[in-house]
Design a protein around this ligand. Structure first.
Ligand code: ADP
Length: 343
């Protein structure tokens, strides 16, 4: 069925049809409209362990084909949420849908739509990559005649074709994680859940794993839902929900979050401080004077550039620092994201 609708109604529509979404009188293509539909929908989700409320009435959507990061310190409620979405834990209340299916009532259908990569490896290390993948195909009832093609497909994606016959015990940490990602994809899920995907890996290997994750999302339009307490990891996401003490305290793109909660700061060294300060004051720019430099809050680029241009022959050093996601967390909660955890 093909339906014309408008953006505000998009979220309430059933997901098994193709829609052409009308925005400000303009028809967005059906493909674009379909890509923008929420593939994960969480409404008023609450999870209690006994009387302790680990997740407190959170709501969010994840657009199909996007990378969504759940960022927060240890104990924030990330694993509880991901495990409930993956049908491992039962919710206390609320509604959680994946691809239009209810995670509590349609567990089997949801499991077919998702792939999961857990923090700790669940591969059988004594078995080869191929044997691990074949075993997964049996669990997911992949038709026998498709097994070979799918193993080739996923090993190609993560560049491990030549390692197919090697026991998992002989692989490096990064390669093992890539096998886990390949395994998570072999039943062709629409959503891949990654729980702290690069924890415990060295920086170079983390970058490598991310290359594959980004490739997957771009080339195969797979929706990626990841939990992390690494700021730089969340920077890869299209959308970031920051969670703390079981509540979503901010939700936007990394750029949007930084724009909303942080300031760009410039650190300028000049040989003519009097002229520089006069111009800053004249332009209404706030600054602080340090022994060797001025620290300036850059809120209006045009005004700041005007001052720089006027003082260009006096400036001997300058640095511009953009706000980070850590600054966002600090601004909202008053503490560093790593203070809440122990890893
Ligand atoms: P995160 O993944 O962000 O580190 P979790 O979802 O694991 O956070 O935990 C959220 C909160 O729920 C924490 O305070 C944690 O101690 C608590 N919690 C997690 N699992 C259980 C459990 N099985 N029983 C009781 N409390 C739990």
């Amino acid at each position: 069925m093909y339906v014309f609708t408008n953006k505000s109604q998009q979220k309430t529509l059933p997901t098994n049809n193709i829609y052409a979404i009308v925005s400000r009188g303009k028809i967005i293509s059906a493909k674009e409209a379909n890509m923008a539909r929420p593939i994960i929908e969480v409404k008023n989700f609450v999870k209690k362990y006994g009387s302790f409320e680990a997740v407190k009435n959170i709501s969010f959507d994840v657009a199909e084909g996007s990378i969504f990061a759940f960022l927060g310190p240890n104990g924030a409620g990330k694993s509880t949420t991901i495990n409930t979405l993956c049908t491992i834990f039962d919710k206390t209340s609320g509604e959680l849908l994946i691809d239009g299916k209810d995670v509590s009532r349609e567990k089997n259908a949801v499991r077919q739509s998702i792939g999961v990569v857990f923090q700790d490896s669940t591969l059988d290390k004594k078995m080869t990559i191929e044997e691990n993948l074949k075993m997964h195909c049996v669990f997911y009832k992949v038709p026998k005649k498709e097994v070979e093609e799918r193993i080739n497909f996923v090993l190609n994606l993560v560049d491990l074709k030549e390692w197919r016959k090697k026991p998992v015990s002989t692989l490096s940490g990064g390669m093992t994680r890539r096998v886990e990602i390949a395994r998570g994809l072999i039943h062709y899920p629409k959503v891949l859940f990654l729980d702290e995907p690069t924890t415990g890996l060295d920086p170079q290997t983390r970058n490598h794993v991310w290359e594959y994750v980004l490739r997957l999302q771009k080339e195969k339009n797979i929706t990626i839902f990841l939990t992390t307490h690494y700021m730089d990891e969340a920077e890869h996401a299209d959308d970031v929900a920051i969670i703390d003490h079981g509540e979503i305290i901010a939700h936007n793109s990394p750029f949007g979050l930084k724009k909303q909660y942080t300031k760009d700061r410039a650190y300028i060294t000049t040989t003519n401080a009097i002229k520089f300060e006069e111009l800053l004051t004249q332009q209404g720019i706030t600054y602080e004077t340090r022994e060797r430099y001025h620290r300036i809050d850059v809120e209006d680029n045009a005004k700041f550039l005007y001052v720089l241009a006027e003082c260009r022959t006096d400036i001997t050093d300058m640095e511009l620092r953009k706000g980070t996601l850590n600054d966002v967390f600090l601004d909202i909660t008053g503490r560093e994201i790593r203070e809440g955890g122990n890893s």
